[in-house]
Write a protein that binds this ligand. Structure first.
Ligand SMILES: [Fe+2]
Length: 318
């Protein structure tokens, strides 16, 4: 069976008015707005749903407050779905609607699978010119006024039983890309693909929860242009922009009224069967090669929180 990636996520969050504005500013298209339920789409048709927690169809929350309630993974074809149906039958929370099968993972999160409904996205990043490879010729680079995310690329959860949760996903075909031994596992949903689709992180207190949802954009310039726009809309940076040494991706994290954090990212490592998982010790320099604390002011282009004394950043201060 082949799992292709994330097809749909559902948040349970009470402040739908704020979430409506938040995800529109983020760059998603609102395609349904009915009776306490917002449905957004990314460029390739990946769906982001925000529902009032009072709605009865929502799976239980793994933590208090606004958070993610369900992740739906897209699979390649009906045969893949049938194989998953056979594998998940009998697991806690098992559901089978015909087009969708699912269960509760060992962390208490509801996960489901469907034949992917995502579309091919006809979007193109800006090629880079490195010393040895000139890929952008007679073509100016690009400045993005805002981001229009291609899809939900990965989700990250705090888990209380890392080994059991990792084993649940690897039994379904997920593959470990890298690990913090005993503390975290970066998993991709198939041997070939981006560095991680799912990252499981065990906190010292073992509390379960959502850490963040990450949206893939075209290239690193869209991370920066998108983050600047989102800042100008008034949303609060948690950390970024910056760059992860593990996965090599550029990132920018913001606080999310629907739960956890939200991330723009681009230029992650692409892996195959030939990749050997690495072990890392958690720490700030492993998390970020560099990162701007508090974000960049989208109007002045200077780091937020810096004293506005009229001097350039490189000028000597008294
Ligand atoms: Fe991330």
């Amino acid at each position: 069976m082949t799992i292709l990636g994330i097809d749909e996520i559902t948040y349970g969050a009470p402040d739908l008015a704020t979430c409506r504005r938040f995800f529109a500013d983020w760059g998603l298209s609102l395609v349904q707005d009915t009776d306490g339920r917002l449905v957004f789409e990314s460029v390739n048709g990946c769906r982001v749903i925000v529902a009032d927690p009072a709605r009865s169809e929502l799976p239980p929350a793994i933590e208090d407050g606004a958070t993610l309630r369900e992740v739906v993974w897209g699979v390649e074809d009906a045969a893949s779905l049938a194989a998953l149906r056979a594998q998940l039958a009998g697991k806690p929370g098992f559901i089978d609607t015909g087009s969708r099968v699912g269960c509760t993972d060992p962390n208490g999160l509801h996960v489901a699978f469907q034949v992917s409904v995502k579309r091919a996205a006809d979007v193109h990043g800006v090629p880079s010119n490195t010393w040895d490879k000139r890929q952008r010729i007679d073509e100016a680079g690009k400045i993005y006024d805002r981001a229009i995310p291609v899809e939900v690329g990965h989700v990250v959860f705090f888990v209380n039983d890392l080994a059991a949760t990792e084993a649940f996903y690897t039994a379904l075909g997920f593959v470990a890309s890298d690990r913090y031994p005993g503390r975290g596992a970066f998993l991709r949903c198939a041997p070939r693909g981006g560095h991680h689709d799912l990252f499981l992180l065990r906190t010292p207190d073992g509390k379960r929860g959502l850490n963040h949802v990450a949206f893939a954009v075209r290239d690193i310039h869209e991370v920066f242009g998108g983050g600047l726009h989102f800042s100008r809309c008034g949303w609060e940076t948690q950390l970024g922009p910056g760059r992860h040494p593990i996965s090599s991706a550029y990132f920018w994290y913001f606080r999310n009224p629907a739960g956890g954090l939200i991330e723009y990212y681009a230029d992650e490592d692409e892996l195959t069967e030939a990749w050997t998982p690495r072990d890392f010790e958690p720490g700030p320099t492993v998390f970020a090669e560099w990162a701007v604390d508090g974000g960049i002011d989208g109007n002045t282009r200077r780091q937020k929180g810096r004293t506005a004394d009229g001097k350039f950043l490189t000028e000597k201060r008294d």
